[in-house]
Design a protein around this ligand. Structure first.
Ligand SMILES: O=C(O)CCC(=O)C(=O)O
Length: 299
């Protein structure tokens, strides 16, 4: 059942023309891919500014997805070494144990642990998209894999604003590019957003379990008027969200479908420099004082 802290599953949004090109033949995703660039339309920019997120169809081709998936699954099989808490279960904070029981497998900073992934085709298109949505001076801050296995209704990603997880900086521009490696549906736990919530200040957040050494995961409560909007997208599509929009996702109730996502987050160069100066790298192994200094714990 929906609760104030667990993602609910309201009916899906009105049909999205980008999911069905027949509804709008002008939106041909293949034509929007132009080498390293992906063409963002004025309507996309407007949606991103208004809602705090936007859905971009067909950012990656089938062939490009196959290459990404091969490395992605090497991570999931434990064939690429990831240090300490950077390979964890996002729901429990467990790490260093058998991941086959994890509800949400979370790999932080895959490009650090597998440098050959740096500058891959998704990173290059994400750069182009971030520049079109946020302007110049954007750089990759971190990347992440989030995988929910089938039949895991507990694979809930609790409501939060990303800025709540981050330290305060002057230029907070952010484009978090969330790539669907599987079709992402309400059933398998797609992303859900609260449109326009990025215009509010960061809400108070709390660690899901105990303190941040026990639980990296932060959570905030929905308010009675908050209506979350699920965004179902296809493999190869992305959503892009900013630092302030409230979001999360429900469990995976599908009997057969994984819900794998590959995230590349770009932020302003000045913010990334300030984060690194203060020892904040988005690793779950960052020092405790840094992890306690984040905005959501002081809102
Ligand atoms: O993949 C999810 O369900 C949540 C991802 C998320 O919160 C994020 O990318 O900021």
């Amino acid at each position: 059942m929906p609760s104030s802290t667990s993602p609910s599953t309201p009916p899906s949004d009105h049909p999205d023309p980008a999911l069905d090109p027949a509804l709008d033949p002008a939106l041909d995703p293949a034509a929007r891919r132009q080498g390293d660039r992906y063409v963002v339309t004025p309507a996309d920019v407007e949606a991103f500014r208004r809602d705090g997120y936007v859905h971009l169809p067909g950012v990656m081709s089938d062939e490009e997805m196959a290459e990404i998936e091969a490395v992605y699954d090497q991570f999931l099989r434990g064939e690429i070494t990831v240090e300490g808490k950077d390979f964890n279960d996002m729901t429990t904070g467990e790490h260093g144990t058998d991941p086959s029981g994890y509800a949400v497998v979370n790999v932080m900073l895959p490009r650090r642990y597998f440098p050959a992934w740096q500058d891959n085709p998704f990173e290059r298109r994400a750069r182009s998209i971030a520049e079109q949505l946020c302007g110049e001076g954007m750089t990759i801050d971190f990347d992440q894999l989030l995988a929910k296995s089938p039949g895991r209704p507990d694979a809930v990603f609790h409501w939060h604003q990303d800025q709540a997880y981050w330290i305060d900086t002057d230029d907070r521009r952010t484009a978090t590019c969330w790539l669907a490696v599987d079709d992402s549906t309400l059933e398998n736990g797609c992303m859900q957003f609260l449109p326009g919530s990025h215009r509010e200040p960061v809400r108070p957040h709390r660690p899901l379990h105990g303190d941040r050494s026990a639980s990296h995961t932060l959570v905030t409560d929905l308010r009675p008027d908050d209506v979350m909007r699920p965004v179902e997208i296809r493999r190869g599509d992305i959503t892009v969200h900013n630092e302030g929009v409230l979001h999360g996702s429900g469990g995976n109730t599908s009997a057969s479908s994984y819900r794998r996502a590959y995230i590349v987050a770009l932020r302003s160069e000045s913010t990334v420099a300030e984060e690194r100066r203060r020892g904040f790298t988005h690793s779950h192994n960052d020092a405790g004082e840094v992890l306690d200094d984040v905005d959501g714990l002081h809102a």
